[in-house]
Design a protein around this ligand. Structure first.
Ligand SMILES: [Cu+2]
Length: 165
């Protein structure tokens, strides 16, 4: 990860936008809504980030970059018999104009090897990496609010999330 360049970009974003989810003029053709990351407590190794993504052209989410975690992956959760399990996926298809939810109990961004606890009411810089049909790579830089739970008006209470890492 090119941390220095990344930090510079993040700083620029922070200067240009405050609070809500933001997008660069040169960013991926995708909209992120209701993004949030779950606050963690000291000693906790992992957490998750969630949002609704709506692509403006057919895109594939192929990666996650963030300075807050040693490992950031896109995960899916699936029932395996009676047990909910999760695993990393290489790519998440985002059809044009279709809202795809990353939420507790479903697809999510998994943050592992947290470098520091995600403190409530801070923001976590998270960059999503996309590919379009031509294989061109684009990025969406987000400042994701850290919360204890999903924003009001969001989905049902988050399911307990068993981590099988
Ligand atoms: Cu996960």
């Amino acid at each position: 990860m090119k941390l220095q360049g990344f930090a510079a970009v993040v700083a620029m974003c922070s200067a240009l936008f405050s609070g809500a989810v933001l997008a660069h003029p040169d960013a991926a053709h995708v909209e992120a809504q209701n993004a949030w990351a779950r606050a963690s407590v000291p000693g906790q190794q992992g957490s998750g980030a969630f949002m609704r993504l709506t692509a403006k052209e057919p895109l594939t989410l192929v990666g996650v970059e963030t300075p807050v975690a040693g490992v950031a992956e896109v995960h899916e959760m699936k029932m395996d018999g009676d047990v909910m399990r999760m695993r990393a996926i290489e790519a998440l298809e985002l059809p044009q104009g279709v809202a795809v939810d990353l939420k507790p109990g479903g697809y999510h961004i998994m943050l592992q090897q947290l470098k520091a606890p995600l403190a409530k009411d801070t923001q976590a810089p998270i960059t999503l990496v996309f590919k379009n049909a031509k294989g061109e790579v684009s990025r969406l830089h987000l400042q994701v609010p850290v919360r204890m739970a999903a924003p009001a008006g969001g989905d049902a209470p988050p399911a307990q999330h068993g981590h099988m890492h």
